[in-house]
Ligand binder design. Structure first.
Ligand code: OXT
Ligand code: ADP
Ligand code: MG
Length: 571
């Protein structure tokens, strides 16, 4: 407890810091300025690690992924109105992706905001935040800081995790109160994410359906990765003998090379499975809402859904066996109920899936060996695939369109929570924020594989990476544009096409400007050498990987989502 001993007083600044520390928060992701500059200085003085960013959006993305990696809310601090709005995208992203995060923003004075009298950075931030977060609170009195922080932590972590907004008006920080009373007002949250034990009948219903299946499938989502029930999830999948499909950020829960992995037989298993068990994955757009041509004919497939949020059941299609519970408790309950004599899934089904997997892997293999210059995606990613195999503890951060989609299927992940990407919204801009938090929260090396457009959204944060000397290697897949670099202005005019960037840009020079290592890699061999050297030395590195500007396709693998105009098309 910090206090002014002479008068035995504490203040809002110290109460916020003490409340966070009491609840085990160790790191703040922030951008300083009025009214939180001193709060951040004092936080550093009081032993919190404060990572100062160049833009709040990236501090926010860092906090969101810190929440995913640690099950503790990642905390982002911003200044009022514009800083708050910059952080808000990340708060909404955390809520959408079910990551626990708290955005704390300083705000201007209530009296002036409510009368709309034009305060410095005036905005009714609480009202603006509410629609995009799980909960939003404002604290007006120093004696309520403890309870406000506690409510924010519990709301972020319990049930389905998500983003929480905590509004702290500037005046609050300087409010004083008796130090002993202040200490008593703090709340240490007991059991912030209480177990949700699934009803035994829901477990029995799910297992009986699974047992009856001829072609069962387990889909693991990022909720399963978040749950940190890694050993039980693996034991459950192995005991069942059922093929499993990892969603993007669930890759590595079991190694992608596991014999039951159906990652390389995605279309086949989604179409042909008769019983599908979803564990911590939603039937949203990434799974074609559980219907349509990705799936089997209507009526031929039955679903079991494991999720902590009861509202998720029947969201897109009817769920035959809903199991509402936390994944750790549910999978433990499955294992117990399965006993020692659980029959393995039919061998013919597993063999069919293996066949498809081996066929697809064999088809891709020669393309990954190519030494083309300029590089194509397969040549460059083939190199990275081998590096991740040799260094399975490395964290992969990945964004872009082609760069994302090819990397997802080419780079095998071997350990849980080692692949972090654009998530539910397919958002560009997570790259450097995620990389920074991943390095800080885990102490592991990070390789960020970034489309050149994707990198541009957060590129300035390489200064942050250099400032904190983080072991982050950024590989920019430079194909000169969004999707590719070859589009032409339809008018033939002087402006380049809307998707095209400066030719032959040298992103590596940006890293050198801040004292990091920059490398221009034009061949797979050069790329391999540079990435290995970066991981070995742990120095901030940016590799400009020159990719054939013709190599990409529109929107990567989701081009089908682009609306098409039928008006004014030339025949
Ligand atoms: O079974 P089949 O035969 O179908 O085969 C599948 C697998 O079985 C097989 N496979 C394998 N084969 C062999 N070996 C292995 N190991 C293996 N593993 C798998 O491969 C295929 C494909 O497998 P996959 O990928 O699992 O399956 P599929 O069908 O693709 O899955 C469907 C999806 C939907 C689940 C999947 O595609 C997916 O997860 N997609 C996510 C897509 C996404 O989120 N994209 C990002 C958004 S795109 C766009 O919006 C962009 N913007 C606009 C923008 C955004 N997003 N945000 C903001 C804030 N502002 C603007 C922008 C600006 S992208 C973008 C920039 C792009 O340019 P860049 O320069 O950054 O990037 P480049 O494109 O590189 O230039
Ligand atoms: P993916 O994109 O990988 O398919 P989603 O983000 O769509 O995954 O789904 C994650 C799901 O996991 C959410 O519906 C969320 O409620 C759920 N979830 C998150 N944590 C837990 C947990 N500990 N136990 C059970 N379900 C969880
Ligand atoms: Mg590109």
């Amino acid at each position: 407890m910090s206090s002014d001993n002479a008068q035995s007083l504490t203040d809002g600044f110290h109460l916020v810091i003490d409340a966070l520390k009491l609840n085990g928060i160790k790191t703040l992701y922030a951008v300083p300025g009025i009214p939180i500059t001193d709060l951040l200085r004092m936080s550093q003085a009081e032993g919190l690690r404060v990572i100062s960013f160049r833009h709040e959006q990236h501090a926010g993305y860092a906090a969101s992924i810190a929440g995913f990696l640690t099950q503790k809310p990642g905390v982002c601090l911003t200044v009022s109105a514009p800083g708050f709005l910059n952080g808000l995208t990340a708060l909404a992203h955390a809520t959408t992706n079910c990551f626990p995060m708290i955005l704390i923003s300083g705000s201007s004075e209530r009296e002036i905001v409510d009368l709309q009298q034009g305060d410095y950075e005036e905005m009714d931030q609480l009202a603006v935040a509410k629609p995009v977060c799980k909960a939003a609170f404002r604290v007006l009195h120093a004696q309520d800081i403890g309870i406000g922080v506690a409510r924010a932590i519990r709301a972020a972590c319990s049930g389905r995790p998500g983003g929480v907004y905590l509004d702290l008006p500037a005046k609050l920080f300087a409010q004083t109160m008796d130090a002993a009373a202040g200490a008593k007002s703090l709340v240490k949250v007991v059991d912030p994410a209480p177990a949700h034990i699934p009803a035994p009948e829901s477990v029995a219903r799910a297992l009986s359906l699974l047992k009856s299946a001829k072609k069962p499938l387990i889909i693991l989502g990022k909720g399963a990765a978040y749950a940190q029930a890694d050993a039980d999830i693996r034991a459950f999948v192995e005991k069942s003998g059922i093929p499993y499909l990892p969603m993007s950020m669930a890759k590595g829960l079991l190694p992608d090379t596991h014999p039951q992995s159906a990652g390389a037989a995605r279309s086949t298993v989604l179409k042909d499975a008769d019983v599908v068990m979803l564990i911590g994955a939603r039937l949203n757009w990434l799974l074609s809402h559980g219907k349509g041509k990705t799936w089997g004919a209507p009526g031929t497939q039955t679903f079991i859904h494991v999720d902590i949020d009861p509202k998720e059941m029947d969201s897109n299609i009817g769920i035959a066996a809903p199991v509402v519970g936390d994944i750790a408790s549910t999978v433990a309950a499955f294992l117990k109920a399965m006993g020692d004599s659980w029959p393995k899934a039919p061998a013919e089904w597993m063999a069919l899936v293996r066949d498809k997997v081996e066929g697809n892997v064999a088809k891709m293999a020669p393309r990954l060996q190519n030494n083309n210059v300029p590089m194509d995606y397969h040549g460059a990613l083939g190199v990275l695939k081998r590096i991740f195999k040799e260094r399975p503890e490395t964290i992969l951060v990945n964004e872009g369109a082609n760069t994302l989609d090819f990397a997802r299927s080419i780079i095998d992940i071997y350990q849980p929570r080692k692949r972090l990407d654009v998530g539910t919204w397919g958002v560009m801009g997570i790259g450097m924020g995620y990389s920074i938090a991943a390095a800080i929260e885990t102490g592991k090396p990070v390789v960020a594989v970034e489309g050149d457009s994707a990198f541009g959204f957060s590129g300035m944060e390489i200064e942050t990476i250099c400032r904190y000397k983080l072991p982050v290697c950024v590989v920019v897949f430079n194909n000169g544009g969004i999707y590719r670099g070859t589009d032409k202005n339809p008018t033939g005019g002087e402006d380049v096409a809307t998707t095209v960037f400066v030719k032959d840009a040298r992103y590596d020079k940006m890293m050198e400007a801040f004292g990091g290592v920059g490398v221009n890699a034009t061949s797979p061999d050069e790329l391999a050498r540079a990435v290995n050297a970066a991981i070995d030395c742990g120095k901030p590195t940016l590799i400009n990987a020159v990719i054939d500007e013709k190599a990409g396709t529109e929107s990567g693998r989701i081009g089908n989502l682009n609306p098409q105009s039928v008006v004014g098309k030339k025949a």
